[in-house]
Design a protein around this ligand. Structure first.
Ligand code: GDP
Length: 178
């Protein structure tokens, strides 16, 4: 029997972009309208990827802003990161670049397994960041996947976590160069 693989990931991003909502939607399959925004929680879920079980520890962080220093706990010893912004908040989009820089600094790497997520895609009227801008930012970071999601409508939520597991596996088992 192959032992389960444990992977530790964190959701980072500005407050109220929907980090908790995405996590709860993924783990418990429901949408919570108000959660405890300032509390950090760790959730567990088993996901299958390429026929293997991965035990995810998902750290739902309280949220970062320009003045808060990203805790090293949210960078060191983790396998993957989900950077979340809200498509209805330009400042939360800008925040993702700052957070990514901090993660790269902490880990001393030039790239890490990471997925950029524009959440609240259901908020059409309030939209401040286009899908193209999100995709362009992800591409500028060399990312192959970019996801817009709605925790409210459970759209693309599981795709986020599948994508980060895929990124982690790619990182741990790099394809030999041609
Ligand atoms: P966090 O601080 O990043 O964890 O954000 P929360 O998960 O607490 O969500 C902040 C607010 O945004 C809450 O009122 C949620 O109900 C709401 N919210 C979260 N995800 C979505 C979404 O996909 N669509 C909409 N319309 N609202 C959302």
């Amino acid at each position: 029997i192959i032992p389960p693989r444990q992977r530790k990931i964190a959701l980072l991003g500005s407050r109220s972009v929907g980090k908790s909502s995405l996590t709860v939607q993924f783990v418990d399959s429901h949408f919570v309208d108000s959660y405890y925004p300032t509390i950090e929680n760790t959730f567990q879920k088993v996901v299958k990827y390429k026929g293997q079980d991965f035990h995810l520890d998902i750290i739902d962080t309280a949220g970062q802003d320009e003045f808060s220093i990203l805790s090293s706990r949210h960078a060191v010893g983790l396998h993957g990161w989900v950077l979340v912004y809200s498509v209805s908040s330009r400042s939360s989009f800008d925040m993702c670049t700052i957070i990514r820089e901090k993660i790269l600094n902490y880990t001393g790497r030039e790239s890490v397994p990471m997925v950029l997520v524009g959440n609240k895609s259901d908020l059409a009227v309030q939209r401040q960041v286009t899908r193209e801008e999100g995709a362009a930012l992800a591409a500028s970071w060399g990312m192959t996947t970019f996801v817009e999601s709605s925790a409210r409508h459970n759209e693309n939520v599981s795709r986020i976590f599948e994508a980060v597991v895929a990124q982690i596996e790619k990182d741990m088992n790099p394809e030999p160069e041609a």
